[in-house]
Structure formats: C-alpha cells, structure tokens
Design a protein around this ligand. Structure first.
Ligand code: HEM
Length: 177
C-alpha cells in the first residue's frame, strides 16, 4: 500500500516537473527556432537572428528540375528585381541600393534554401532590413513579385510553394512596422 502511494507521488512530481519545464522549452524555441536546425553554420551579424539561408538538401531535385539549376534561378531573380522596380510598393526600397549585390545575395540565399551547392555570403535578415521601415503591404508586394517571376519562368505551382514556405517566416525579421 505504502509502495503504491510512493509511486503515485513520484508520478505526480514528475508530471509537475514536466509541466514547469514546457513553457521554458517553448520560450527557448521562440528565441531562435533555428538553433536545433542541422547544418546551421551560416554566420550572422546578429547571433540571435534566425538562419537567413537554412539548407534544405531534400529540395535539390526541385532546384534542378523546376528552377533550372543555379543559372535558371539567377534569371528568375533578375525578373524578380525587374518586377520590384516597376511596383510602387517596392521600388522606393531598391532605388538607391546596389541591386547587383542584392540580386547576387538573393540568388545565393534561394540556392541554399533549394538544396543547391551554394554558399550564402550575405547578412542575416534582421540586420539587413533593420531601419528600412518595411510594412506588411510591402512584404506582400515582394511575395507577389517573386510569384510573378516564378510564373514567368514556368516554375510549377507546387515548387513555388516550397520556396515560399521557407521564406514566409522571415517576415518576422523583414517587417518592422
Ligand atoms: C522573405 C522576405 C525577404 C527576404 C528573404 C529578403 C532577402 C534579402 C537579402 C538576401 C538581401 C541581401 C542581404 C545583404 O545585403 O547582405 C536583402 C536586401 C534588401 N532587402 Fe530584402 N528580403 C525580404 C523582404 C524584403 C522586403 C519586403 C523589402 C521591401 C519591400 C526588402 C528590401 C530590401 C532592401 C532595400 C535590401 C537592400 C538593403 C541594403 O543594401 O542595405 N526585403 N533582402
């Protein structure tokens, strides 16, 4: 009887310990969701910022077959930037920056995300967009311009969504107001 009571107490104590730990585990995840990500070796200016180019080796086939490999991807980014420069919701942000460099960094970033054999040499997304005063409307415009570029280059809808799904959470670092 005493043994059963002891067992009951041990079970209650363990459940409480687990419940107390859970919120901390959740907080730790919120702080940097990429901490647990494998191959997370991209350096960041802001060490607390999430990985700007999380590798997805399982998407390598998508890069080759549906984005035309690295070269095809570079053409898509070219069209993407051209779309941004004719859209009043995005053009002012890119008018006075080194667009060649931004296109190169975007190509590297997308290439790594799509499992390509590339290295992302740009900054983390928080540092890059700090002070730009980007709002949700600007962000939606950028996504639309990327979708239009992928449509132009005949990237299948399913594969477009694979890239967009990895980029979408980055609104947390890009959108600041
Ligand atoms: C998922 C969302 C976004 C991603 C993945 C992204 C990605 C990038 C990358 C890779 C760079 C180059 C990094 C570097 O220079 O080291 C960059 C730069 C830049 N992005 Fe974004 N971006 C996003 C959203 C936006 C939005 C919504 C805007 C404004 C409409 C924007 C405006 C800019 C500007 C102006 C620069 C150049 C900053 C500079 O040269 O100082 N970005 N972005």
């Amino acid at each position: 009887m005493k043994a059963r009571k002891n067992l009951k107490h041990t079970l209650i104590a363990s459940s409480l310990a687990l419940l107390t730990c859970l919120p901390f585990a959740a907080l730790a995840q919120d702080a940097n969701p990429n901490d647990a990500m494998p191959m997370d070796s991209t350096p960041r200016l802001d060490p607390a910022a999430p990985n700007p180019a999380p590798p997805h080796p399982e998407l390598a086939g998508v890069l080759q077959n549906d984005f035309g490999g690295k070269e095809g991807l570079a053409s898509i980014v070219e069209t993407f930037m051209a779309n941004m420069m004719t859209d009043p919701r995005t053009e002012p942000f890119f008018a006075n920056v080194d667009r060649q460099r931004v296109k190169r960094e975007l190509t590297e970033q997308f290439c790594v995300i799509l499992g390509g054999d590339c290295v992302y040499s740009g900054r983390d997304m928080r540092t890059t967009h700090a002070g730009l005063k980007i709002d949700r409307n600007n962000f939606n415009a950028l996504v639309e311009n990327l979708q239009r570029a992928m449509d132009t280059h005949k990237v299948p809808f399913r594969s477009q969504n694979k890239l967009l799904a990895v980029l979408a959470p980055m609104h947390r670092e890009a959108v600041t107001q």
